[in-house]
Design a protein around this ligand. Structure first.
Ligand code: T5A
Length: 216
């Protein structure tokens, strides 16, 4: 692939993003494509440092505005140092979260005006847009149940409470319903294999030229 592709997996806590990024990466590599997979915040040394502050330090009081700017500081490095070089090499970049998380968590969840978040985000990502965002749609309480079953501890944002996470879920649905054709909603309630099948089908439909040739 000459121009690369930038794909993003999104959704509430425990929706299955990390699992689906892994399955997608395996599938794409099996098709002979070069893949760069990374998470946000993260993917760079700066991003992982920001992640440690934002998530692991549950005792920290972080004002919403600071949280937003920290997430976007990590995004600027992620775009510059990971996504743009990988796309220039022709890789498929698969990101575990990107701008939609910031709209859902910092605007809908924390209450910062959406237009302000959009404007600052556009600056941080230097105008780069994902080619497709796959939104894994799962009720937030089911995501929490999956995380509990997995024995995963609660980070600072996960501790923000039921009402916060309900606003985040509402935000994701509102953003998906806003008519942006680059967001594709995937029903994430089924088994991991079933959800992966839906992800593949969405990619075949969105990029018929690429995936019809590769998968027959
Ligand atoms: N954040 C991030 C912001 O506030 N603003 C931003 O701009 C950005 C980029 C990141 C945090 O940062 C915040 C949002 C987040 O709070 P994270 O760890 O990347 O944190 O995100 P989480 O959603 O917390 O990640 P998780 O790993 O907990 O959830 P995933 O990745 O959605 O789910 P996954 O794949 O790890 O699966 C969870 C469990 O469910 C099982 C898995 O095996 C695992 O045990 N599972 C399934 N079980 C049944 N059926 C399925 N279909 C399943 N799929 C997975």
């Amino acid at each position: 692939m000459e121009d690369g592709l930038f794909l993003v997996l999104e959704g509430v806590e425990g929706a299955g993003k990390t699992t689906q990024v892994r399955l997608l990466e395996e599938w794409l590599k099996g098709l002979g494509l070069d893949v760069t997979a990374a998470r946000e915040p993260g993917g760079t040394a700066l991003g992982e440092a920001v992640r440690a502050v934002l998530l692991d330090r549950s005792e920290l009081e972080v004002p919403p505005e600071s949280e937003l700017l920290l997430v976007l500081a990590a995004r600027a490095a992620f775009v510059k140092d990971v996504v743009l070089p990988a796309r220039a090499r022709g890789d498929v970049v698969v990101a575990d979260r990107f701008s939609l998380s910031t709209f859902a968590y910092q605007a809908y969840g924390r209450g910062i005006e959406l237009e302000t978040v959009r404007r600052l985000d556009a600056f941080a990502r230097a105008g780069l847009e994902p080619d497709l965002t796959l939104l894994l749609d799962l009720p937030p309480e089911e995501g929490v149940r999956r995380q509990r079953t997995a024995g995963k501890g609660c980070d600072r944002i996960e501790q923000a409470g039921k009402a916060f996470h309900a606003r985040v879920a509402t935000g994701y649905r509102a953003l998906a319903a806003s008519g942006d054709h680059r967001i594709c909603v995937i029903d994430a309630v089924g088994t991991t294999d079933a959800v992966h099948g839906l992800v593949r089908a969405a990619l075949r439909e969105a990029f018929p030229g690429t995936f019809r040739i590769l998968t027959g």
